[in-house]
Write a protein that binds this ligand. Structure first.
Ligand code: NAD
Length: 262
């Protein structure tokens, strides 16, 4: 997918939240072997170092791997600059492909200004937000020089964010889904409608859930430590949900958080 500054981002990424640092390098190398070229980490996940190692040691040219990281609790301009430097150092990379402000906190406009300055210096190829809604989002849009490329928010079949996506798109911002599988919720994996649609296409519930977002041009970053599931989540391009499937899936939208995090 093309972001609002022309930078291309692979639409299926690999998320590493809750992947212990001890096994992160191995997991990322497996993901890269399968074909993933987009890795989503964060300072908060404490595994940036291992993501950087895998990226550098994979043998794949740096410019073919898209690395997202996130800063959090940055507070103000100065602290944000320090946090960005720390991310670059931990990753051991010359640049970050996408940097997000993980959730609103402190002086958001100042933090965003620091991100803009690192973008202008060529240290970050695209900048964006995560978990920004309503007034918090408006405040950035009213004060920014560079429109955020992405807003990464909770999005899956039980919270499909269609209205939020339309709003973001009207501002030139791409919707990126966090927890595209609802963090592994049984409410998704045991859902009868999803099981029926999966059987109809001879696919799994995970593949149907991810394909639904993919067809809506939502960026997805599913996470798994299991190679078979990593493959399963990546292989969603050889089937298509029809209008009837989509209508049924959209009856599942609860219009509220499933996870209650942010
Ligand atoms: P997810 O929605 O990707 O679900 C992962 C869970 O589903 C795991 O328990 C995994 O074992 C299970 N699973 C994965 N593939 C499966 C399959 N094919 N069959 C059966 N079970 C399967 O979970 P997530 O990690 O919460 O979200 C994905 C990524 O989004 C994260 O790793 C992280 O990068 C990002 N994220 C960002 C934020 C944010 O605030 N910006 C918050 C949460 C997650």
């Amino acid at each position: 997918m093309k972001l609002n500054n022309g930078v291309e981002i692979p639409d299926i990424g690999y998320g590493v939240y809750e992947i212990p640092p001890k096994i992160t390098k191995e997991c990322v190398l497996t993901a890269l072997k399968i074909g993933y070229r987009h890795i989503d980490t964060a300072a908060y996940y404490k595994n940036e170092r291992e993501v950087g190692e895998a990226t550098r040691e994979s043998g794949i040219p740096r410019n073919e791997i898209f690395v997202t990281t996130k800063i959090c609790l940055a507070g103000n301009y100065q602290k944000a600059c320090k946090k960005i430097e720390d991310c670059l150092a931990r990753l051991g990379l010359d640049y970050i492909d996408l940097l997000l402000y993980h959730w609103p906190s402190g002086k958001n406009v100042e933090v965003y200004k620091a991100m803009e300055d690192y973008y202008k210096k060529g240290k970050i190829r695209a900048i964006g937000l995560s978990n920004f809604y309503g007034k918090k989002l408006d405040e950035i849009l009213a004060n920014c020089e560079i429109v955020p490329a992405v807003n990464q928010i909770e999005t899956h079949v039980l919270r499909n964010q269609k209205e939020e996506q339309a709003l973001l798109e009207s501002k030139g911002i791409v919707l990126e889904s966090w927890s595209p599988l609802g963090n592994g919720s049984k409410k998704i994996f045991n859902n009868e409608i999803l099981l029926k649609i999966a059987a109809k296409h001879q696919k799994t519930v995970a593949q149907v859930s991810l394909r639904y977002l993919y067809q809506r041009k939502v960026l997805i970053i599913p996470r798994s430590k299991n190679e078979g599931r990593m493959r399963e989540n990546f292989n969603i391009l050889d089937f298509m949900l029809d209008e009837e499937d989509i209508k049924e899936i959209e009856t599942l939208d609860r219009k509220k958080s499933l996870l209650g995090w942010l």
